[in-house]
Design a protein around this ligand. Structure first.
Ligand SMILES: [Zn+2]
Length: 68
């Protein structure tokens, strides 16, 4: 079975100019991209705290993908 995918939506992130980008994939890949995105697009400082904050916002990707 495939690893369950996680998703994160930029609208969930408490930032002033949040966009509506949505990232989904395996947990570590989503976090890598989410950190990059937060830094490049929203001017956050790259840090462990940022990564952990993003991790806490991950949700299971469910029912959006029914074809196995
Ligand atoms: Zn964004």
């Amino acid at each position: 079975m495939a690893e369950p995918r996680k998703m994160i939506d930029c609208r969930w992130f408490p930032t002033e100019n949040a966009c509506d980008i949505c990232i989904s994939g395996s947990e570590e890949d989503v976090l890598d991209l989410a950190v990059q995105h937060a830094v490049q697009s929203h001017g956050h400082q790259k840090s462990i705290e940022l990564r952990e904050q993003l991790r806490s916002m991950l949700r299971d990707e469910e029912s959006t993908e029914k074809v196995a």
